[in-house]
Structure formats: C-alpha cells, structure tokens
Design a protein around this ligand. Structure first.
Ligand code: SF4
Ligand code: FES
Length: 251
C-alpha cells in the first residue's frame, strides 16, 4: 500500500461578493495519493462539519470527470493545479509532496464575481453563448440528416477540436488581462467551420464579441497563458481565426 499523505492548506474563504475574503489555514492527514483533489476537499469538509466550528468550504463541481467545466480552482498559482491538460476534478493528490503547503483560490476576474468561498459566477459565459452561439435551422418536420451534408475531414476536425471547450474559464483566470478570447474563439470556430454554421456566421461573431466586451473581459495581448492552462488544449490559433471571422464579418 502506498504511503498516506499529509498536507497544509490555505483556502480562500469569503462569505459573499460584498464581504472581504481571507486565507484560512487547515491541516489534513492520511490522504491516499490516489484521492482526487475534490475528494481531499470532501474529506476536509467532513472534518469541518464534524468539528461544528465552521461552515464547510463551498466549491463547484458536477461531473467529476472533466466534462462539465464546473470545478474551477486556482491551486498553487495554477488554473486547475500543477498537472497539464486536466481539470481540477481529474487532479490527484499524488501530484503533491507529503507535507506540501497548498494554496486554493477561486478564479480571479471581475467578470466572474465570487458567490461564496471558491465558487464564482461564470454566467457571463452563458450570456456570450446566448448572444449568438446557436444555429437556426428548420426543425419543423423537414429536418435534414446531418450526414447528407458533406464536411471535409480537416474542417470537421477543426470544428471538433474547438467544440471540446468545456467553458471552465481557466483561460480567463490565467490571463493577466482577464481576456475571454480563447473561449469565444472556440465557440465561434466550432460553428464557422461547418456548413450548417455558415448562414449566421457574420452576425454570430459580431454579437458574441460585443457581448464579451460588455461583460468586461479584457483584450488579448498574445500572452498565451490561456493555451498553457486550458484543460482541453485549445490552441491560440483559434484566436487568429476569431479575429479573421470578426474582420470579415464587416465585408
Ligand atoms: S478555452 Fe479552454 S480554458 Fe477556456 S473555457 Fe474553454 S476549455 Fe476552459
Ligand atoms: S467537475 Fe466537471 S469538469 Fe470537473
């Protein structure tokens, strides 16, 4: 059996968006190296609840398998922690050393206000998607089988790669400008590469970029930290595609 691990934790606690936050220190012992980071937080919360001295730490999660994009944690200064191409829920405690000090913070962005502790409100992303992230097709009795429309393999693969974005917001949290360009680029590109998405292509990109600006996200200065921290490996090449789509939408 592998050696159990102990950790010192400094976790961001904040009652709500209006109150001031602070780091609270905790120690946790006998954690299996095979526990996930969220399981470690579950064990800590169990300990906090049993002590009856504090409220459990609020953190977001849903699927716990890298699909939903809810588990938005900044761990030791890295979005989704020290591992590469994974979400926080896929991070294991074996990636940390015994007795290591671990800082846990929420995403930091004025467009993602803190709801409580480690949970932020990422509904700005939903509003960007709603502003133009759909395709209007006639589904009233005359639905055309998608396979009837041929799509070149390279186009289909580029669309699919963009569609793997899970809307987690790590790109925003990692960016010094708090830019949402990588997210918006992925959401625009997943449709613009497909024939079905070309009908509203110009309107869509204009509306989504406008909404992104209205929501207060910063501009891209090619820092590329978004690409490094994106758990799905979305390339900044898509930001070039977004810029091209945007410029061409006015022609
Ligand atoms: S582009 Fe990557 S980091 Fe940004 S929201 Fe999508 S999956 Fe998350
Ligand atoms: S909980 Fe769904 S991606 Fe982590």
């Amino acid at each position: 059996m592998k050696k159990l691990l102990n950790f010192k934790l400094k976790i961001w606690r904040q009652k709500n968006h209006q109150t001031k936050g602070y780091f609270q220190s905790y120690t946790i012992e006998n954690i299996s190296p095979n526990s996930s980071f969220l399981e470690m937080l579950d064990i800590l919360n169990d300990k906090i609840v049993r002590s009856k001295q504090d409220f459990p730490i609020s953190f977001d999660h849903d699927c716990r398998e890298g699909i939903c994009g809810m588990c938005s944690l900044y761990i030791n200064g890295r979005a989704h922690g020290p591992d590469h191409l994974i979400t926080t829920c896929q991070l294991h405690m074996r990636k940390f050393k015994n007795n290591q000090l671990i800082y846990v913070e929420p995403w930091r962005s004025q467009s993602f206000p803190i709801i409580r502790d480690l949970i932020v409100d990422r509904s700005a992303f939903d509003r960007i998607i709603i502003s133009g992230g759909f395709i209007s097709v006639n589904t009233f009795g005359k639905t055309i089988d998608g396979n009837i429309i041929p799509v070149p393999k390279e186009q289909a693969e580029k669309s699919f790669d963009a569609a793997t974005c899970i809307g987690c917001g790590a790109c925003v949290a990692a960016c010094k400008n708090k830019s949402a360009m990588l997210f918006v680029a992925a959401k625009v590109a997943q449709f613009s590469f497909l024939p079905q998405g070309k009908i509203e292509r110009k309107n869509r990109v204009r509306k989504m970029v406008q909404k992104m600006d209205e929501e207060g996200f910063g501009s891209c200065t090619n820092n590329k930290t978004c690409e490094v921290e994106c758990p799905k490996g979305i390339s900044t090449e898509y930001i070039s595609i977004l810029n091209k789509e945007y410029i061409c939408s006015f022609t």
